[in-house]
Design a binder for this molecule. Structure first.
Ligand code: T4K
Length: 367
């Protein structure tokens, strides 16, 4: 089976080198040395000030909302994985969905301002598939209305924008290090911020609010990463350049192969914002109708290929996370017509050629 992604698996020798440390220290969790060292390595590699490792990308969002006192209504994107919005509802925050841009698939910053009311406390845009949002416009809107700005940057490991890490925009950015991500720790995530006081508060909150042997200062939760996950993170980080460059080659091959299909209007690709250094984590294609998507998906399955309809359905169509019934026509339309293609180190060029040939035969036969 060719699946949409496959986790990067470092060599057993490399992983064992880190796991040996756990056997030496006998520290399995609670801020052990592998977690601390991984935080330092990641901060350096990503070019950011504070990286706080957590249990997963969803808890990264939840802790960030809590630490920033986010409540009431939050403006966010309907074109994302469900965790972006369900993490809000879980904390009694009401998501207000604002539509996306047809080309970049990120929040349409001009529409955001219209959704702001007296109950709004934050904006949570998503750099979807690693494509940067309109960060300067969003920063202006947030500052004009005194709102917190939290980027769901789950797809953005190693993405840079205008010569700096995309994670350095906003009050906080969150990452997912799930097994399906470019950089992973099996399960895991991180909260990234430049603000020292906030970083300290977040560190306390992910460990039950405990600040000393007999001291608990605030409401916290258990959102810690453990040492085994950190060991995997170290080993994956050792190989990250290889993993990115192999994806870069594959994305190049897809883009070249789709040149005429895009030119002749059979599909369109996400417009990557100028000034972006990409991480090649996803390769979404937008087809002309849901019928074509279903046809292609069926042809793929017949050939043992499992592409994925990320992100379908559009989150504004889910009543349990959209109590105020916001409607986002662009997101609904893109969600129906999008398909993410297989992309991972280890996908062979002959496998990629057969994926491309199936796409061409379905799209060109659909005249
Ligand atoms: N915000 C955004 C924007 C996100 O995209 C996500 C997560 C989050 C927040 C929340 O972060 P976390 O709390 O998850 O850290 C996957 C992931 O579970 C999820 O992390 C990710 N986004 C989302 C986009 O994709 P599924 O249900 O599509 O995964 P699954 O299990 O179907 O895996 C896809 C393919 O990957 C499989 O067909 C085979 C392959 N695979 C998967 C796993 C887990 C493997 O080969 N090995 C594996 O261990 O959600």
């Amino acid at each position: 089976m060719i699946t949409v992604t496959r986790p990067w698996l470092p060599s057993r020798d490399k992983l064992n080198k880190y796991i040996d440390r756990i056997y030496e220290t006998k520290q399995l969790t609670n801020n052990g040395c592998l977690v601390r060292e991984l935080e330092e390595r990641l901060a350096k590699f990503l070019g950011v000030r504070h990286v706080i490792l957590v249990a997963n990308g969803t808890s990264a969002l939840q802790v960030a909302y809590r630490a920033l006192n986010i409540e009431g209504e939050v403006i966010t994107s309907p074109f994302s994985f469900v965790a972006t919005a369900s993490s809000m509802v879980w904390q009694n925050i009401t998501p207000r969905f604002c539509d996306i841009d047809t080309q970049t698939f990120t929040l349409n910053a001009q529409h955001v301002e219209r959704k702001i009311n007296k109950n709004t406390s934050a904006i949570v845009p998503v750099h979807v598939f690693g494509n940067p949002c309109d960060v300067s416009e969003l920063a202006e809107v947030a500052s004009r209305h005194n709102l917190k700005l939290v980027y769901d940057a789950s797809h953005c490991f190693a993405v840079r924008y205008n010569n700096k890490s995309i994670l350095s925009y906003g009050d906080v950015s969150t990452l997912s290090f799930h097994a399906t991500k470019l950089f992973h720790t099996c399960e895991g995530g991180a909260i990234v911020t430049d603000n020292e006081t906030l970083a300290k508060d977040i560190r306390n909150r992910i460990n039950f609010g405990i600040t000393g042997m007999s001291q608990v200062d605030t409401v916290g939760i258990n959102a810690k990463m453990n040492e085994l996950e950190a060991a995997m993170g170290h080993a994956v980080l050792d190989d990250i350049e290889v993993s990115i460059s192999s994806r870069k080659e594959q994305v190049g091959m897809y883009r070249d192969a789709f040149y005429d299909l895009v030119r002749d209007g059979y599909m369109h690709l996400q417009h990557i914002r100028t000034g972006t250094e990409e991480n090649f984590a996803y390769l979404p294609v937008v087809l002309n109708s849901e019928v074509v998507v279903e046809k292609l998906d069926a042809a793929f399955r017949q050939n043992g290929i499992l592409a994925r309809r990320y992100f379908h359905p559009s989150l504004d169509t889910l009543a349990f996370i959209n109590p105020l019934n916001d409607q986002c026509a662009v997101s609904q339309e893109i969600a129906k017509r999008i398909l993410c293609l297989p992309l991972y180190a280890g996908l062979s060029s002959s496998e990629q050629k057969s994926i491309i040939s199936i796409i061409r035969s379905i799209l060109l036969s659909d005249l």
